[in-house]
Design a protein around this ligand. Structure first.
Ligand code: SF4
Length: 328
């Protein structure tokens, strides 16, 4: 794909077919950087369609980096409620505060500084440099990886490793329209080179695509193995109120309100009441209703009125458990 003719084809296709997304609006440079930062944090682990309403609400309430650095955690969590992976919004605020203090309130335009900021890894740094600063970087998200693997017909385990793909991505070429080109590749993967049934007849690069020539589009997925975890979840109810604790015990949902829980290590007999998937964790949960509250009450515990749970600032996980309790 090194030849400029193909790069041009992809860009032409993008110009005609790109989705109108709120973070792609034509705005001034500072705003573009802010839009890119917020959208890239939101898009980590989350689909475009889910992110759109959250992004619009977030930008309306918190229009720039300066206001983000000052926004209370309570308000931020409320705006993020339902998106999951709450550490993202905490890192986003920390990043805004560092930018304000050390970078004159601006996003740095180099890889080393970007990667030093909380919540910004290799992928997000590449995406920011390409999209916000028009630099010739190609962020390898799942969509771009798929295009690359199919275009080159990469199937072997070693060929589909992150390291190998990172080396191969130079084959995707570059353009002076780096911002558009990075987004064009992502869009091509999302809209045309779909995981199942790719729309090759509409693809601008089909004439050189090896998978298309072979009519073979599937490859082994380098899936993360889901970890089975077991928990006892204790429900205490008094005067139509439930006891919750601020989670300081588990790595997930840190500092958020959850029902008191205890993890069991590979129990022999475990009759689960509920199952919940979180990140690469398969949570098997057994609900119990202990009488003695002393074990659960601590500095971090508090009562929440059952009527207020639905609209309160609690993680989806807690709300789902609550929904289950209400219906059983
Ligand atoms: S031709 Fe088909 S398989 Fe190849 S990149 Fe295009 S959509 Fe994907």
């Amino acid at each position: 794909m090194k030849d400029q003719f193909l790069t041009k084809k992809i860009l032409n296709w993008y110009d005609l077919n790109k989705r109108s997304l709120p973070w792609r609006k034509n705005v001034l440079s500072a705003k573009k950087q802010y839009f890119t930062l917020v959208s890239e944090f939101m898009l980590q682990q989350t689909q475009v369609a889910t992110v759109i309403p959250y992004f619009k609400r977030f930008i309306k309430e918190i229009p720039n980096l300066n206001s983000l650095a000052k926004t209370s955690d309570k308000k931020l969590l409320k705006l993020w409620e339902g998106l999951g992976y709450y550490s993202r919004v905490k890192n986003l605020k920390k990043t805004a505060q560092i930018l304000k203090k050390n970078f004159q309130g601006k996003l740095p335009n180099n890889f080393e500084d970007l990667i030093s900021l909380p919540g910004i890894g290799n992928y997000t740094a590449n995406a920011i440099l390409a999209i916000a600063f028009n630099k010739p970087y190609i962020p390898l998200d799942g969509n771009v990886e798929r295009v690359l693997k199919r275009y080159l017909f990469l199937k072997e385990n070693k060929e589909i490793s992150k390291e190998y793909l990172s080396k191969k991505k130079s084959i995707l070429g570059s353009s002076i329209r780096s911002s558009d080109y990075a987004q064009a590749l992502m869009e091509l993967g999302a809209l045309i080179c779909k995981p199942i049934n790719p729309l090759c007849s509409k693809c601008p690069i089909s004439n050189k695509c090896k998978s298309f020539k072979k009519r073979e589009f599937n490859f082994i997925k380098n899936r993360k193995k889901n970890l089975d975890k077991y928990f006892i979840l204790s429900v205490y109810k008094k005067d139509k109120k439930y006891l919750l604790v601020k989670n300081t015990k588990f790595k997930f949902l840190k500092n958020l309100g959850i029902f008191p829980m205890q993890e069991l290590m590979k129990p022999k007999k475990f009759k689960k009441t509920l199952n919940f998937k979180m990140s690469n964790m398969n949570m098997n949960i057994k609900i119990e209703y202990p009488k003695d509250i002393r074990e659960a009450s601590s500095f971090y515990s508090y009562w929440v009125d059952q009527k207020k749970i639905r609209n309160s600032m609690l993680p989806t996980f807690t709300k789902k458990v609550f929904k289950y309790l209400e219906s059983h």
